[in-house]
Design a binder for this molecule. Structure first.
Ligand code: NAD
Length: 258
């Protein structure tokens, strides 16, 4: 049985994770942490705690699953590494420099960690297919659409998609003529390999992304829509089982979906 701690347990994702951990046959919930709702009963013998370090030291989870917020996630992962507790990180907003620092820290502490900007298996396939398609097109843009409570932009998924596409094709064409932005930002942000990313924030969406490839006479689109947050749970449990058995540092669910 894998002893799991959920951090951000009262959030939209945290609640789904708690449910998935309680329902899976090989996981058990031993710890639940959030900055709000201290003392709230989450399951048999598990109450919300607010002191993360103390909760880890007393409840001793094998794996912590973190869905909190970009502002504190780097600090959280450093704590997991220093306490030598394995972690599955869904919280987005880590910079490339921070991810590289965490990789080193994971090695130094011999503590497994899997960070994924998207735990939805369909979204990961979208990224894998976008990487494949990138070889055959020189023009590509990404549109990501999320609920209006999302704090960071662009989404971690969009950034990761652009990184994967850039591995296949390092130099996408920006426009095909000199461009002037009449309204600043109208062409979106420029990610790796000149790939433009456009972020939409709207009530009604959970998470969607469209990758559009263009070439003379043809448009190719890959689209993924998240309809319910439960879609992330197969990936979260897959990652939990992986880090429980391994001490490696992994960025991206695709690395364990081969
Ligand atoms: N990787 C993925 O597949 C995936 C999917 C959806 C959301 N996300 C990301 O997960 C994160 C959470 O998303 P959400 O929609 O559940 O947000 P949310 O705001 O509904 O939930 C966040 C929860 O974390 C708690 N929290 C905030 N800071 C904390 C801290 N320092 N310590 C403990 N608890 C803290 C909040 O009180 C809240 O209950 C965001 O970064 C989001 O982008 C990732």
């Amino acid at each position: 049985m894998i002893k799991v701690g959920v951090v951000g347990a009262l959030g939209k994702m945290g609640k789904e994770v708690v449910k998935a951990v309680l329902e899976a046959e090989d996981t058990t919930l031993v710890m639940a942490v959030d900055v709000v709702g201290e003392g709230t009963v989450i399951a048999n013998d598990v109450k919300i705690e607010s002191d993360l370090k103390q909760a880890i030291q007393t409840k001793k989870p094998d794996v912590v699953i973190d869905f909190t917020q970009p502002a504190t996630i780097f600090e959280h992962v450093c704590l997991y590494m220093n306490e030598k507790v394995k972690s599955v990180i869904g919280t987005t907003g880590l910079s490339e420099t921070q991810i590289n620092e965490l990789k080193e820290l994971s090695k130094e502490n011999n503590t497994g960690c899997l960070i994924a900007p998207n735990f939805s298996t369909g979204a990961v396939l979208m990224m894998m297919f976008a990487k494949q398609a990138a070889k055959y097109f020189n023009n590509a843009e990404i549109i990501e659409l999320h609920h209006n409570q999302k704090k960071d932009a662009p989404s971690g998924t969009a950034v990761k998609t652009a990184q994967l596409m850039a591995e296949s094709n390092p130099d996408f064409t920006l426009g095909n003529c000199p461009e002037t932005e009449l309204i600043k930002g109208s062409r979106g942000g420029t990610a790796d390999a000149n790939i433009h990313i456009h972020s939409v924030r709207m009530p009604g969406y959970i998470a969607s992304q469209e990758v559009i490839f263009g070439a003379s006479g043809q448009i190719f689109k890959i689209k993924h829509d998240t309809m319910e947050r439960s879609c992330y749970m197969a990936g979260v449990l897959l990652a939990t089982r992986h880090v429980f058995k391994n001490n490696d540092f992994i960025y991206g669910l695709d690395n364990i979906m081969q």
